[in-house]
Design a protein around this ligand. Structure first.
Ligand code: GDP
Ligand code: MG
Length: 414
């Protein structure tokens, strides 16, 4: 469609943060305090996302929440090419402060280029220090508006229901200030599957987020390698919907198989076309998998890509056994003198084994290499890396890591 067809759509929000800082509680509280907007007698069900209504400057506004918290889901979807999130809410418990997964979540949001709103949670607790949270995050270039920065920090208690309206307002203000969220509702729908499973009674059930167009009962759709006709659509209150506009999450019944989270869906003219596309995709997927198993994105290949100008920088993810060694390695790598064109960037660093998140992050950023310093990958992370061709380099002596990367970078720039 053309520009004129674009109309505002609600922001889609993912809640991230360190374990036990209150992500699940916050998502529950937001949904429950919005009870007035729900159908009387409606039974809420977790379908992977929900929408709430709030008012800003006297205007009714909607916000869509993805209710599978955590950056695992977020990054796994991104690694599959699906970008569903417009804004990340970073939950930090005020009694516990900034923790490793807080920073990990922040790095994931940044890698996705998604603005962050900070929810400083548990302010009802003794020992809560919301000011400290602000100053801690300043070290990571996340500066609160009241300190001259551009990030909105909101003090909340998910448990006591304090500050929830302020948080919703901050999300909308951030969306309005930093994003221009528009979509054309008058076209065949497109979007992403957020969650899917096989239901004994209802068959394949998928929650999809509509990103453009309007999805309607009776539409023929293809979702990844699954296809079918939309038999019914339900919202998170179990209410049947006839149509779903942009940013609306709905549970869809009528697919003939179960898609994967992160699969894109499109509406096509009829069932025959849907079947054809799905079958073509399945065939293409099989050959891509075969091709991939013989391919690895090695450090050497990355340097070649850099040299050819195919990529502009080399991104590293550094994992180590203790924080001291991770910092030392990062410092040393960033100090490698390659003239003015230092094309090295550390995307993420952390202590502990290499996990699936790290591999997903490397995949999401096509040219990232993982450096393991005295650590090994978890089994599933290793399998994923092998399957997807992500290069993991292991070192146990700092100077070896430095030498190898320095040699390559210098070779590259000569
Ligand atoms: P998640 O791991 O980030 O999803 O954290 P949860 O939502 O499961 O919360 C972890 C624990 O903190 C639970 O026992 C919650 O009841 C508690 N909790 C969450 N928010 C608050 C809050 O605002 N105040 C207090 N006192 N406890 C909270
Ligand atoms: Mg949780």
């Amino acid at each position: 469609g053309d520009e004129a067809d674009l109309v505002p759509r609600p922001p889609v929000v993912t809640v991230m943060g360190h374990v036990d800082h209150g992500k699940t509680k916050l998502l529950d509280t937001i949904r429950n305090t919005n009870v007035a907007a729900r159908e009387a007698g409606g039974i809420t069900q977790h379908i992977g996302a929900y929408q709430v209504t709030t008012t800003l400057d006297g205007e009714e506004r909607k916000i869509t929440f993805i209710d599978t918290p955590g950056h695992e889901a977020f990054t796994a979807m991104r690694a599959r090419g699906a970008q569903v999130t417009d804004i990340a809410v970073l939950v930090v418990a005020a009694d516990d402060g900034v923790k490793p997964q807080t920073i990990e979540a922040l790095n994931h949001a940044r890698a996705a280029d998604v603005p962050v709103v900070v929810a400083v949670n548990k302010i009802d607790k003794e020992g809560a220090d919301p000011i400290k949270v602000r100053s801690q995050l300043t070290e990571y270039d996340l500066v609160a508006e009241e300190y001259g920065g551009s990030t909105l920090f909101v003090d909340i208690s998910a448990k006591e229901g304090i500050g929830i309206d302020n948080l919703l307002e901050a999300i909308l203000l951030t969306a309005d200030a930093e994003l221009d969220l528009r979509a054309n509702p008058d076209m065949p729908a497109q979007g992403v599957a957020i969650e899917a499973h096989l239901d004994k009674g209802r068959g394949p059930v998928a929650t999809v987020l509509v990103q453009r167009g309007t999805l309607r009962v009776g539409d023929s759709i293809v979702c990844g390698e699954a296809f079918g006709r939309v038999r019914a659509m339900l919202d998170d209150n179990g209410k049947a919907l006839k149509e779903a506009p942009p940013s609306c999450p709905v549970q869809v019944l009528g697919l003939t198989s179960v898609p994967r989270a992160g699969d894109n869906f499109i509406v096509v003219p009829d069932d025959r076309v849907a079947r054809q596309i799905a079958q073509q995709r399945a065939a293409r997927q099989r050959s891509a998998e075969m091709a991939k198993s013989g391919r690895r994105r090695t450090l050497e290949e990355m340097f070649k890509d850099l040299e050819k100008g195919k990529v502009s920088e080399l991104k590293l993810i550094i994992k180590g056994d203790v924080s001291g060694s991770v910092e030392a390695l990062e410092d040393a790598l960033l100090k490698i003198d390659v003239g003015e064109e230092a094309k090295l960037r550390v995307l993420h660093r952390g202590v502990g084994a290499i996990t699936e998140y790290d591999v997903n992050l490397a995949m999401a950023d096509d040219n990232a290499v993982i450096i393991g310093f005295n650590v090994r990958p978890e089994v599933r992370a290793r399998e994923l890396a092998e399957r997807e061709g992500v290069d993991i380099r292991y070192y146990s002596v700092i100077y070896q890591a430095i030498e190898e990367i320095e040699a390559a970078l210098k070779g590259l720039l000569k």
